[in-house]
Design a protein around this ligand. Structure first.
Ligand SMILES: Nc1nc2c(ncn2[C@@H]2O[C@H](COP(=O)(O)OP(=O)(O)OP(=O)(O)O)[C@@H](O)[C@H]2O)c(=O)[nH]1
Ligand SMILES: [Mg+2]
Length: 455
């Protein structure tokens, strides 16, 4: 397994949590320490480690869930935080069938470009494309022979000319030849360069401009750890980097640093190199990668279980609400369920700063108790149509419930705010905006609302 050491220590930390009868404050603190130790020893940047673990800790401490769910919830938090750090799955490179598609590999000396050209050729060949490799490396002695020898093993034709010294001419001529001979995908190798070598960086940029590739992939050596960040940044200044291949993740303890650093540049990691052999190559998918790291084979169902426990909105209630028939009872039950979820901060972040209904702020729990008493003193008509609650009714309710007018006014006020807020919340959910740990409302919820239901 890639990042074996990190995987082992993360797995151990989670095992500890799983074995406990209940997850309390101490258990969470212990987990945080374990996580920090594991991530730091995988060379993940200190600041990032603290940010990640602080997020996990806060969520874990602030969220009210049953003890049974808490354990799964904490594991899901760790999982989601790691995925967030490694970035999402990139969209595949757009290959246009029947056209010439060019992929250009660039990177520092010895990062693994030539090996990756062969690996990538095999990857696309196995998908049924007619693939060719082109070498434009006029610097490294034996560069042409190296690629020929690699591509021979997989039955891919290699184009190049060891006698041509102009890399740009070479790139254009050989790529053209490969296209004319009917190849769908041409994968172009370049000479290794140092980020300070201005001439070579310029040459790389000229090759890019002449070939107009579908994508430029930066090849980065995983043993660099967090230094990968500045390298990726430097290359991005000269060339439009579309994605990254992180190599040599086998047998380096620093892979966590390299992967998180690359992801921090906002260039997606597309593949990882996990050995010297041509088939030691994997498409990078942060979700399954993290699943393997944490030793949880069926992460998806775990995540789903926790998410299902979180947001419970009764479709009938939502329907009434959206038709302006949101009742005070609805408000009460909705607040109760949201409070149970304990995800207020994320919901608030989603609807964005300013107009947060008071009902959702910290005194919500106490409010709910008071409101329960109030609701018991109201008629069904009043709960369904709070507008009719004027002076006389207020007086009756106040006396009946033994509460102050101001509490009634406050509840009505918050009812109006919540009506607007819930509408916005559902609209966002409809657009599929969920968050890690909280998840989205199950899409089937919206289909239950029926066709006439408009957002
Ligand atoms: N263990 C391991 N070794 C790798 C991996 N990828 C490449 N290598 C090795 O790294 C060394 C350099 O690889 P190359 O593909 O020649 O690197 P390059 O970027 O083309 O090098 P230059 O052309 O000199 O800039 C070789 O010994 C490869 O076998 C990998 O994923 N894992
Ligand atoms: Mg090379």
């Amino acid at each position: 397994m890639v990042l074996e050491k990190l995987g082992r220590s993360l797995d151990q930390a989670l095992r500890k949590i799983r074995r406990l009868p209940l997850v309390d404050k101490n258990a969470i603190n212990d987990l945080i320490t374990d996580l920090q130790r594991s991530l730091l020893s995988a060379d993940v940047k200190v600041e990032l480690v603290f940010e990640m673990t602080e997020n996990i800790k806060k969520e874990a401490m602030d969220t009210h869930l049953t003890k049974a769910k808490r354990k799964e919830f904490v594991i899901t938090l760790v999982h989601n935080e790691l995925i967030k750090t490694l970035g999402g799955k990139p969209a595949p490179i757009r290959i246009k069938p029947g056209k010439s598609n060019v992929i250009l590999l660039v990177g520092i000396q010895g990062s693994g470009k030539t090996t990756s050209v062969a690996k990538l050729s095999r990857f696309y060949k196995n998908k049924g494309y007619k693939v060719a490799a082109v070498t434009t490396d006029t610097y490294r002695p034996g560069a042409y022979e190296q690629l020929v020898q690699l591509t021979d093993q997989i039955g891919v034709k290699c184009y190049g000319n060891p006698n041509e010294k102009n890399a740009i001419k070479l790139a254009v001529r050989e790529t053209k030849k490969a296209i004319n001979e009917g190849h769908d995908i041409i994968i172009v190798d370049t000479a290794g360069r140092h980020k300070e070598e201005k001439e070579l960086m310029k040459e790389m940029s000229q090759i890019e401009q002449s070939l107009k590739p579908n994508e430029v992939i930066l090849v980065i050596d995983g043993t660099l750890g967090q230094q990968a960040y500045s390298q990726a940044e430097e290359f991005a200044k000269t060339t439009k980097i579309g994605s990254i291949i992180v190599t040599k993740l086998d047998g380096t303890a620093k892979g966590g640093g390299a992967l998180s650093a690359c992801s921090a540049t906002n260039q997606p990691i597309r593949f990882i190199g996990v050995g010297e052999k041509i088939d030691d190559f994997e498409e990078f998918d942060s979700t399954s990668f993290v699943g393997t790291l944490l030793g949880i084979p069926d992460l998806e169902s775990l995540v789903k279980r926790v998410q299902e426990a979180e947001v419970e909105i009764d479709p009938e209630m939502a329907k009434r609400m959206m038709r302006g028939k949101f009742t005070l009872d609805d408000l009460y039950y909705q607040l109760k369920s949201i409070k149970k979820v304990g995800k207020m901060k994320q919901i608030l972040a989603m609807v964005g700063g300013g107009n947060i209904p008071d009902a959702l702020k910290d005194d919500a729990e106490r409010n709910l108790e008071r409101w329960e008493v109030l609701l018991n003193s109201m008629t069904a008509e009043e709960k369904e149509n709070p507008k009719i609650i004027k002076k006389t009714r207020k007086r009756r309710i106040a006396i009946g419930s033994g509460t102050d007018y101001s509490v009634i006014n406050r509840m009505l006020d918050q009812y109006n705010q919540m009506k607007k807020f819930m509408k916005r919340f559902l609209q966002l959910q409809k657009k599929g905006k969920g968050f890690p740990g909280m998840g989205k409302i199950d899409p089937s919820f919206f289909s239950k609302l029926g066709k006439d239901f408009k957002f």
